[in-house]
Design a protein around this ligand. Structure first.
Ligand code: PSV
Ligand code: MN
Length: 426
């Protein structure tokens, strides 16, 4: 299924006047504060957030999975679904693939297919947390950190193969997330496991093409419940430093112990030049993989505040991998992804409208009250008309969720693919 430009414009037409009124109001309010609205709109138009190939179907939980119907059955259909999102929101012009869930049968054909929908290939993800049916050795006791060099070699070779696949598609980064760890005290020698992981990663690093990066993702627990080898940003940062200039830390918002100050982690990684990218999601308890901004929108905004703050001090190009890593159990996956993208862009714009000069002054003079007033004023500004304007200017929908429902996209997908289609991945 593809959405034509004309169809989206027909849906926009009745809402254009109302939108223009709200947009004019916020533009004049912001211009009184010296904020350049056209510049924000341009930044929004350029901002693209990659959709993970594994989030287009129902993820479910380990207790069960409820069907949505019309789930994409093949890589083409996954990319087609991202094309629907991109047509509606103008900001989902990239896909992050998970290998071997998404091995393309015909690389050239899939590239043409994606290009046709204006979709690029973002970071590719390796998978050494599951055994595949044709796999020789098991990852039950780890992969890159395994005690057996043959298992480590198999996991290294897999990562190198993922780089090869990604390179053919035009990706420029490999994301490595390891489930390696232990479930019981005494089971694993922490030091040896970390050293082996480093040595394995170094072999993968050596196989990176010159213009590639490796993003090292950390996570405190699950599926390892006592210890995880790359458990926090310190472990990942350490590895990234040891590996070299092409290695960075990837922050998945769900991969922290409760109450961690993620915005501070982001600020420090950015300052050290080692922030590689994000997996956006939200959580109440652990790695809940909920819609970005659904539980802690203020935290999401504070993270973007640090990113924008960091950009002011960086001479290098601001080149991070922005990706969603969510899983859906109740909502239509496509609607959920539209909501996540919207929340991420909202946090971005709210942090762009912070009066940063005034904030710095307050910070330097220890004016605690005014510093808080400044950032909360930005957070409490309804920036949705700016997002809608950026969409309108790129021929996307003023209101993506409402357009999705008016077109009844899910019904068409069910008609095309059936009620019981199941997408590959988690
Ligand atoms: C692990 O929980 C993780 O966040 C990693 O990014 C994986 O690649 C992804 O989830 C798989 O769903
Ligand atoms: Mn992740």
């Amino acid at each position: 299924m593809r959405l034509s430009n004309d169809l989206i414009q027909d849906i926009n037409r009745p809402d254009i006047n109302d939108h223009k009124n709200s947009f004019d109001q916020i533009s004049s309010k912001l211009s009184k504060k010296g904020i350049d609205t056209p510049d924000i709109i341009e930044k929004l138009k350029a901002f693209q957030i990659a959709i993970p190939s594994w989030a287009l179907g129902q993820g479910g939980t380990r207790f069960g999975r409820f069907l949505t119907g019309g789930e994409p059955r093949t890589l083409e259909e996954k990319i087609e679904d991202i094309g629907l999102l991109h047509a509606l929101n103008g900001s989902s012009g990239a896909v992050s693939l998970h290998i071997p869930w998404d091995i393309p049968e015909n690389v050239d054909a899939i590239k043409t297919f994606a290009t046709d929908l204006s979709i690029k290939f973002d970071a590719v993800n390796s998978n050494t947390f599951q055994d595949q049916p044709d796999q020789k050795l098991s990852y039950k006791y780890g992969s890159l950190s395994h005690t057996d060099p043959n298992v480590r070699k198999q996991a290294i070779d897999h990562n190198i193969e993922v780089i090869r696949q990604g390179d053919a598609l035009g990706s420029k980064a490999l994301t490595v997330w390891l489930a390696d760890g232990s479930c019981f005290p005494g089971q694993q020698n922490f030091k040896k496991a970390f050293q082996r992981t480093y040595e394995s990663l170094a072999e993968i690093y050596d196989a990176l093409p010159a213009d590639w990066k490796v993003l090292v993702e950390y996570k405190p627990f699950e599926p390892s419940f006592y210890s995880t080898v790359i458990n926090d940003w310190g472990a990942s940062f350490n590895l990234a430093n040891k590996l070299g200039d092409k290695a960075f830390t990837l922050v998945d918002l769900g991969h922290h112990l409760p109450n961690a100050n993620i915005e501070q982690i982001v600020a420090l990684l950015l300052f050290e030049g080692k922030l590689g990218g994000f997996h956006f999601n939200d959580s109440k308890y652990a790695d809940d993989d909920l819609t970005a901004g659904s539980i802690k929108p203020y935290q999401l905004f504070l993270i973007f505040n640090e990113l924008v703050e960091g950009m002011h001090h960086m001479d290098k190009k601001f080149d991070l991998a922005w990706m969603i890593d969510a899983s859906h159990n109740l909502k239509d996956p496509l609607e959920d992804l539209l909501q996540s993208v919207e929340a991420i862009k909202m946090a971005y714009v709210q942090s762009l409208i912070i009066d940063r000069k005034k904030l710095w002054e307050c910070q330097e003079s220890n004016d605690v009250v005014m510093a808080q007033e400044i950032i909360q004023d930005a957070f409490r500004t309804d920036v949705r008309p700016l997002l809608a304007e950026a969409r309108l200017q790129t021929n996307a929908a003023i209101d993506p969720i409402s357009a999705f429902r008016k077109i009844d996209v899910r019904k068409s997908l069910i008609r095309e693919r059936g009620m019981k289609s199941v997408s590959s991945g988690l």
